[in-house]
Design a protein around this ligand. Structure first.
Ligand code: 5AD
Length: 351
């Protein structure tokens, strides 16, 4: 497409116009270095208008590597006999929160596999305990598909946000990535329920997952338009040993960056993380995502002895660093690109 045409399309996106499937497909197909640079630059400008040079931080606590599901891409699928398993206790989670609070974090993200031992009641109790001790901090849950009643209980206990990637909008593609026990329809229903209950809701997809086409990604963009999530996480697919997809190649860093930019242009106020998957594939992945419009980083607050056990894909970036050191090195790498950590809660705000 000509530079003029691309400029017009981006102008329309920035002005808030919706894009049809074919429009997304054309944008996702941009190959030229110059075109991609242009999109990224415009996305970075939109992020700067809305968030200045601040990047929000969330303290990530990986609460369990047990999972009842058997997703074909995921290293902690129940069928992976070589996966290392652990689950944190409520007291361990509270300790992580205390350490995080001491470092200035105002948001905690509890993420884990769908561990049947960490039941709905257990999760509810943990949320209550965190909120009792830290009433002003935001609690984000990412513990998979649960019943509407469970989500309601989490919300009543004080959980503020929920992350659940839709993974792919296409029912057919979804069924190639997941076991028959799971369905795209149920996943989407969960997301709409979470939104209805008033959670700031996060969705998203992997880039370059096996059998994915650009048409699928265009459908993902259309779906996100319909859901209008407050947070959108996208990262490249990375093969995980011991899974049916262990021999597939990883998704493209460049395409991931392009998608981050397109998301920023379409969802100017959304919270878009520079994901660990991107940082795991590329030494400057985090910085590249921020320069393409991402505005969130999620440092790992899990106890250091379990960090290498939450192995959802190979070579997941994880430092044995103390959390304080992680923050210091994040501060330095952001400083080098002209950004700084914003420690505030970072609630979604579209005013
Ligand atoms: N590569 C990249 N991302 C993955 N996820 C799970 N397995 C992989 C993998 N092999 C992502 C999924 C999930 C999130 C927690 O991590 O999108 O929703």
């Amino acid at each position: 497409m000509s530079q003029k045409e691309l400029g017009n399309i981006v102008d329309r996106l920035v002005a808030g116009a919706a894009m049809d499937r074919n429009g997304w497909l054309r944008l996702l197909s941009l190959q030229g270095e110059e075109e991609r640079q242009y999109v990224q630059q415009r996305a970075m400008e939109v992020a700067q208008q809305n968030f200045g040079n601040g990047v929000f931080v969330r303290g990530l606590i990986e609460i369990s590597s047990y999972c009842r599901n058997n997703c074909n891409y995921c290293g902690i699928r129940c069928g992976n006999r070589s996966a290392l398993r652990y689950r944190l206790t409520k007291e361990q989670i509270l300790e992580c929160c205390r350490a995080g609070a001491g470092l200035g974090f105002n948001t905690f993200v509890l993420q884990g596999g769908e561990d049947v031992v960490q039941s709905d009641d257990w999760v509810t109790d943990v949320v209550c305990a965190i909120k009792r001790e830290f009433p002003d901090k935001a609690v984000t849950l990412s513990v998979g598909e649960r019943s509407a009643a469970a989500y309601r209980a989490f919300r009543a206990a004080g959980a503020d946000r929920y992350l659940l990637r839709h993974e792919t909008r296409s029912d057919e593609h979804y069924s190639l990535l997941h076991p028959r026990t799971m369905s795209a329809v149920n996943r989407r229903n969960c997301l709409f329920t979470l939104k209805e209950l008033g959670f700031q809701t996060g969705s998203g997809m992997m880039i370059g997952s096996p059998h994915q086409t650009l048409e699928h990604l265009a459908d993902d963009m259309m779906f996100l338009d319909e859901l209008c999530p407050q947070m959108i996480g996208v990262g490249p697919f990375i093969p995980a040993s011991g899974t049916p997809f262990e021999d597939f190649s990883a998704g493209s860093v460049d395409l991931t960056i392009l998608v981050v930019s397109l998301l920023r242009l379409r969802f100017p106020h959304a919270l878009l993380p520079a994901t660990t998957a991107l940082a795991s594939l590329h030494s400057r992945g985090r910085e590249l995502a921020i320069l393409a419009g991402a505005n969130v980083v999620m440092p790992n607050l899990s106890p250091s002895d379990v960090r290498n056990k939450y192995s959802i894909y190979n070579n997941k970036k994880s430092t044995g660093d103390e959390s304080a050191q992680q923050i210091e090195s994040l501060r330095q790498s952001l400083d080098a690109i002209g950004y700084r950590i914003n420690f505030s809660r970072g609630d979604y705000d579209d005013k």
